[in-house]
Design a protein around this ligand. Structure first.
Ligand SMILES: *Cc1c(COP(=O)(O)O)cnc(C)c1O
Length: 488
């Protein structure tokens, strides 16, 4: 393919994407293909000779689309949103067009310098304490990670290195493995699995603490656990607080947890707000951040709820040197004449070496929508969740185990778990809408997340009608069973 062929192919691809998005409403949300279905549809080996683009292009609809779960469908209500917008896609096209690896400043100065400023813009929109922002002139700053999982792991590894160094500075002969074996990290039993996984990857214990009746981790619980473990000879060193849990969008009490971590000293507090963090651009939700000034790192995913395409996970550090000092290696081919230290060499802030030009997405999206446009998006999605909540509340066959939060509504049919598992299975088998469950204190619960930016009130009504249709069927079946056993 040459440049001229790319020009026409690219136009065609853009048309395809626009048509796909504009008609996405008409597609079944969940595909019906079987695992490995693609093996049957394409050759077992790469072609020896290149194929014309037109032949390849036709295979998108034939091979790929039957196996796509349509995350941008207005009837997709599973997991959490996957950010998507036209300006963001333009940015990714440009990033691919430039094709740089921005691991150091000189490897592409624009890539690094735009990221520094975009992370300040974004941090200001959220009202983060100024110590987290590079523009404050201190040791803080932001970095774009691929995912929230990486952000948690980076924070955990930095805290681990910092703790080991602290013990070594007291006694240089201290046995490192002895310390590592005593380290203990904490999060709530509602935190995302990536927190526990970070512990496995980092080779340290993670203790999951019980949350309160609203699934929030409280300061007192954390305090007691750390005291207990300290008395047993463990070294508490890391806490992850979650703002907006995956299951029910619960908020750990940062205003209690921050002071507890501060009291204990040398505890790294990381805040995971992967989904709900986007809402903090709105004044009315910013109070969840009270206590953040006592945290060491904060992270949320613009690629979930802020109209930025995957991947773009925004992480801020109060003292970036904690991370840089933990991971820094400078082989000779990376030393440049430039005065190091003015702009960050972001490779020291992350696990991979190479990095894409992801800040373009933030730049294009924040400029195209403006802060007001982004706030309107968040508020609209929360409003739709409220509309759904009202529909559920009117049907007394259903119960709502936790108050709806952000764009998420947890609900279930009154009765056995099995009734609800059957309901959800019927809904997903029909494939017109898609949801995943939560398990809240042993109760199997359905979970409606407002995900697509195309979702409107009429889609919420349609979604509820679809759920009611299956509920009606199940109630009918129960009645039938009741009468047949009564007669027998
Ligand atoms: C989605 C989510 C994650 C995982 O996000 P990745 O970016 O895919 O790693 C972690 N924590 C919370 C609270 C989430 O909602």
């Amino acid at each position: 393919m040459d440049g001229q062929q790319f020009r026409s192919a690219a136009h065609e691809m853009i048309d395809f994407i626009i048509d796909y998005q504009e008609n996405i409403r008409n597609r079944r949300v969940l595909p019906t293909v079987q695992p490995s279905y693609i093996r049957e549809m394409i050759p077992a080996a790469a072609p020896e000779l290149g194929e014309p683009w037109q032949v390849i292009f036709q295979d998108i609809e034939r091979v790929i689309m039957p196996g796509v779960t349509h995350w941008q469908s207005p009837h997709f209500h599973a997991y959490c949103p996957s950010g998507h917008s036209w300006p963001s896609i333009l940015a990714d096209i440009l990033s691919d067009g430039i094709g740089c690896l921005g691991f150091s400043w000189i490897a592409s100065p624009a890539c690094t310098d735009l990221e520094v400023v975009m992370m300040d813009w974004l941090g200001q929109l959220l009202g983060l304490p100024s110590q987290f922002l590079a523009c404050s002139g201190g040791t803080g700053g932001g970095v774009i990670q691929g995912t929230a999982s990486e952000a948690t792991l980076v924070a955990l590894l930095a805290a681990k290195a910092k703790t080991i160094n602290r013990f070594k500075s007291i006694d240089s002969d201290v046995d490192e493995s002895q310390i590592v074996g005593r380290l203990i990290a904490y999060s709530s039993d509602q935190s995302h699995s990536s927190v526990e996984r970070a512990g496995i990857l980092a080779g340290v214990r993670v203790r999951l603490l019980p949350s309160d009746e609203l699934f929030s981790l409280r300061g007192e619980t954390l305090k007691l656990a750390m005291e207990e473990d300290k008395a047993k000879g463990f070294i508490p060193f890391f806490v992850t607080a979650t703002l907006g849990t995956t299951q029910s969008c619960a908020f750990d009490d940062l205003s209690e947890i921050g002071p507890v971590c501060h009291q204990f000293e040398n505890i790294w507090l990381h805040v995971d707000a992967a989904y709900a963090g986007s809402a903090f651009i709105c004044d009315e939700y910013r109070h969840y951040l009270n206590g953040l000034e006592l945290a060491d790192s904060f992270n949320f995913n613009p690629h979930k709820w802020l109209l930025v395409n995957f991947d773009c996970s925004a992480m801020w550090l109060k003292n970036a040197n904690d991370v840089v000092d933990s991971f820094k290696l400078d082989p000779v081919y990376l030393k440049s004449d430039r005065q190091q230290g003015q702009s960050p060499d972001y490779r020291h802030w992350q696990i991979p070496f190479g990095r894409r030009f992801r800040s373009l997405k933030l730049w294009f999206v924040m400029r195209s929508y403006g802060a007001e446009g982004l706030r309107a998006h968040i508020r609209q999605q929360i409003k739709l969740a409220c509309e759904f909540h009202q529909l559920v509340a009117k049907d007394d066959r259903f119960e709502i185990p936790v108050p709806p939060a952000m764009g998420l509504v947890c609900f279930r049919m009154k009765g056995e778990n099995s009734l609800n598992t059957t309901l959800l299975k019927r809904i997903n088998d029909a494939g017109r809408i898609h949801m995943v469950p939560a398990k809240l204190r042993g109760q199997f619960t359905l979970r409606l997340a407002v995900c697509s930016r195309y979702t409107e009130s009429r889609d919420i009504v349609l979604t509820w009608q679809e759920i009611e249709r299956h509920a009606d069927f199940l109630m009918g079946q129960q009645l039938k069973k009741f009468f047949s056993t009564a007669v027998a």
